[in-house]
Write a protein that binds this ligand. Structure first.
Ligand SMILES: C[S@@+](CC[C@H](N)C(=O)[O-])C[C@H]1O[C@@H](n2cnc3c(N)ncnc32)[C@H](O)[C@@H]1O
Length: 292
């Protein structure tokens, strides 16, 4: 649903939350889950300040309680949280919303842009993505590292399994980079799969197969398995990943401290080819020992 479709009246609840930098992504997920209309972000010495907008409701205290309890569930608390009622005209709101979501390039190949922006003629692969409820707008380091690893790997493979596709961003980018690639994408989250389906349509790709479910349901092997999850989930899925990856594995979603544990879980079947890192986040590209 676009910002204008969700616009009701001209009153909004503006919630300003200050968090330490490592909590930023978790907070963004919480705000999208609570159906924010849009977020703005500024980074300073004291942390990251997220300003999120919600439709004004009669019971403004409920939202504050929901945000605080979700943060607590994740094991942290905001440094500050304040909220106020503000007024925008519909046009002011749309201008502000559009301004907060910018297009950006990843590597030499990929350009991620929102529906109100323009694709880039300078990049071979343009991915149209609007902010939504599924993870994978491309702004997170782990997604960008996966895109960089895909850029050098996808041209040399025929089949790809995208584990935890979220918004579908990695599948869309890979499929557009190599239109002959055969892709299977899935997620345990139905909402993510619905979002990915919409994004495939918006990007005019109909090649990838998509399902809601678990890795255990996948039977055939793939040249490349990409999994941007968490350190714990990758370790849990390591034997399944080994079963399904014929040549390469790209894993991300973990920090420098967690890296050795992830590597340990995959090292019996794969050798480490490349480590990519950005702002403390890591991505490994590995190759099956059978291929070396
Ligand atoms: C960090 S997001 C990655 C989204 C996207 N692939 C990207 O790179 O931006 C992780 C996704 O994995 C999904 N997920 C978590 N555990 C999973 C599992 N065991 N099997 C499949 N998907 C899983 C989540 O629902 C979420 O959509």
């Amino acid at each position: 649903m676009s910002a204008d479709e969700r616009f009701v009246g001209n009153a909004f609840l503006q919630v300003e939350i200050l968090v330490s930098a490592p909590c930023r992504e978790s907070l963004l997920e919480i705000l999208w889950e609570l159906e924010t209309l849009g977020c703005e972000e500024t980074e300073g010495s004291e942390g990251v300040r997220l300003t999120a907008f919600f439709p004004a409701s009669d019971e403004t205290g409920r939202l504050r309680r929901q945000i605080l309890s979700r943060c607590k569930e994740q094991g942290w608390e905001p440094l500050q949280l304040s909220q106020k009622l503000i007024h925008f005209s519909p046009q002011e709101w749309l201008d502000r919303y559009s301004e907060s979501v910018k297009a950006f390039a990843v590597g030499d190949s990929f350009f991620i842009y929102p529906s109100w922006g323009d694709p880039s003629p300078a990049h071979p692969v343009n991915v149209l993505l609007d902010p939504g409820h599924a993870f994978g707008t491309g702004t997170h380091e782990s997604t960008q590292l996966c895109l960089l690893a895909l850029e050098s790997t996808v041209p040399g493979v025929s089949t790809l399994l995208d584990v935890g596709t979220g918004s579908g961003i990695l599948t869309i980018a890979a499929q557009k980079l190599n239109p002959l690639l055969s892709v299977l994408a899935f997620d345990i989250d139905l909402l993510a799969v619905e979002a990915a389906r919409v994004n495939f349509l918006k990007n005019r790709i109909d090649g990838p197969n998509l399902f809601v479910g678990e890795l255990g349901a996948v039977a055939s092997q793939f040249d490349l398995v990409v999994a941007n999850l968490t350190a714990v989930i990758i370790q849990e899925l390591a034997s399944e990943i080994s079963r399904l990856a014929r040549k390469y594995v790209i894993v991300a979603g973990f920090t420098g401290e967690q890296g050795p544990f992830v590597l340990d879980s995959l090292k019996e079947d794969f050798e480490l080819l490349q480590t990519l890192s950005r702002n403390g986040w890591l991505c490994y590209k590995l190759r099956s020992w059978r291929e070396s």
